[in-house]
Design a protein around this ligand. Structure first.
Ligand SMILES: *[C@@H]1O[C@H](CO)[C@@H](O)[C@H](O)[C@H]1NC(C)=O
Ligand SMILES: *[C@@H]1O[C@H](CO)[C@@H](O)[C@H](O)[C@H]1NC(C)=O
Ligand SMILES: *[C@@H]1O[C@H](CO)[C@@H](O)[C@H](O)[C@H]1NC(C)=O
Ligand SMILES: *[C@@H]1O[C@H](CO)[C@@H](O)[C@H](O)[C@H]1NC(C)=O
Ligand SMILES: *[C@@H]1O[C@H](CO)[C@@H](O)[C@H](O)[C@H]1NC(C)=O
Ligand SMILES: [Cu+2]
Length: 166
């Protein structure tokens, strides 16, 4: 990796004071129908998520599962199936504090525990809606993002891209 890459990594480290984490949801199990309904809450409870982190949803059998995001705890608890679903390899970028609600819309997987709340920052009330509007993960220009945060996101993206090249 070139000097530019090193400089970027140093900059990211200086800006954040720590490196952003990239988590694979469910670790070795991945994103699938879990052995019990507390599996994914156990998984998230074992983590402390920060702004800038990302969670990767990974599974085998492309159409066996999907990942979708709902906006409210009520929808999450109801296993409401939104229209937009993502395929394996989907990465949710945690760009703001608050809770985000993920589930699988295939068959009754959600009811079987294939659902997960990711909370960034202090556990605020998930009783109503998101702290921020549902973020679009393909966009790094969410209005709630601070300038430093945006910078970190962009730089992280570049660093990740560089890693993919070496
Ligand atoms: C759920 O499954 C995981 C993995 O098999 C296990 O470690 C955990 O103890 C189980 N939890 C309950 C409540 O059965
Ligand atoms: C995602 O799953 C595929 C297929 O099981 C595997 O080859 C790949 O290493 C996984 N990626 C990560 C980051 O775990
Ligand atoms: C709850 O789920 C049912 C069936 O999927 C759906 O028709 C209904 O709109 C959902 N309710 C809410 C509040 O999301
Ligand atoms: C996010 O939450 C953490 C912990 O509650 C807090 O320290 C931080 O200032 C918050 N950041 C933003 C951008 O709201
Ligand atoms: C969360 O909501 C409950 C009930 O709506 C309220 O009593 C509590 O003060 C709220 N906590 C925070 C941190 O907003
Ligand atoms: Cu599923």
């Amino acid at each position: 990796m070139g000097l530019m890459g090193c400089l970027l990594i140093i900059t990211v480290a200086l800006l954040k004071g720590a490196t952003a984490e990239s988590y694979v949801v469910g670790d070795s199990l991945g994103w699938t129908v879990p052995p019990n309904t507390s599996f994914y809450s156990d998984w998230t409870n074992s983590k402390t998520f920060h702004i800038g982190d990302e969670v990767l949803f990974n599974w085998t059998g492309t159409l066996d599962h999907n990942v979708a995001e709902v906006s409210t705890l009520a929808e999450y608890e109801n296993c409401t199936k939104p229209g937009i679903v993502y395929l394996s390899g989907y990465t949710a970028n945690l760009i703001a504090n608050g809770s985000r609600f993920f589930l699988c819309t295939v068959d009754n997987h959600c009811e079987l525990g294939m659902k997960m709340i990711v909370t960034v920052g202090s556990p605020t009330n998930t009783s109503s809606t998101l702290a921020a509007p549902p973020p679009s993960d393909s966009s790094y220009s969410a209005p709630s993002l601070t300038f430093a945060g945006a910078l970190v996101s962009v730089f992280s993206l570049i660093v990740v891209s560089l890693f993919n090249y070496v």
